[in-house]
Design a protein around this ligand. Sequence first.
Ligand SMILES: Cc1cc2nc3c(=O)[nH]c(=O)nc-3n(C[C@H](O)[C@H](O)[C@H](O)COP(=O)(O)O)c2cc1C
Length: 215
Amino acid sequence: MEDIRKEMRDLRRDFSYGTLDVKDVPKNPFDLLRTWLDDAVKLEIKDANAFVLSTAINNIPDARVVLIRDITDKAIHFYTNYGSKKASELEVNPNAAVNVFWADMDRQIRMQVEVKKLDKKLSDDYFKTRPRKSQIGAWASIQSSALESRQKLEDRIEELEKRFEGQEVPRPEFWGGYELVPSYFEFWQGRPSRLHDRIIYEGSVREWNTKRLYP
Ligand SMILES: Cc1cc2nc3c(=O)[nH]c(=O)nc-3n(C[C@H](O)[C@H](O)[C@H](O)COP(=O)(O)O)c2cc1C
C-alpha cells in the first residue's frame, strides 16, 4: 500500500506531442474535434471514440464512459438504454459534460452540452448496423437495474435468441441514441513543464468565439 502511494507521487511525464494556438485553430470547433478524432483513429488508439459523460441531478454528479457513434455539424451522438441510470438523470437534467482524453496524444477535450433524444429513424438505422449479438444484448440488459446472477442474464440471452431465431432483431423501444449539442468546448494540448495549451470555444453553431486560458 505504501508502495503505490509513493508511486502515485512520483508518477509523472512531460507532454510533448504537439502545440495549439488561437491563430491556428479552425473557426468551427467541430472541425478540430473531427481532426483530433481522426488523429486518434489513425494512431490506432484503443477506444479512440470513447468519452466520459457526466450527468448531475439533485446536486449529485455521476460519470461513465460511452462511445461517440456520429458527429454532425452541431452535435455528437451516442447510444444507450433509455431506462438506464444516465437516461433517467438526463430526463431530469439534460445539461451534461463530456470529457475525451487521449493519453497517447497528450490531448483532452471538454464540452458542456445539452442532451436530446435522437430521432427514432436514426436509432433504427444505427441499431441495424450493430452485430446481432449486441442487438440481442440490448434486449437482454435492463441496464443499471440489479441483476441477481450472471446466469440470469445468460438465460435471458438464450430466450431472446430463440424468440428472434430466423428473423432480424428489431430495435427495442427502450434503446436508442442521444445527441449532445455543445455550447462550450475546451481543447487541451499537453506541453512540457505543465505549461499546457488550452483553447476554448464559446457560442453556438451560428458563431463561436475562441480564447486561450492559463494552463
Ligand atoms: C470503453 C467503454 C465504452 C462504453 N460504451 C458505452 C456506450 O456506448 N453506451 C452505453 O450505454 N454504455 C457504454 N459503456 C458502459 C457505461 O460506461 C456504463 O457502465 C453503462 O452505460 C451504465 O451506465 P449508467 O448506469 O450510468 O446508465 C461503455 C464502457 C466503456 C468502458
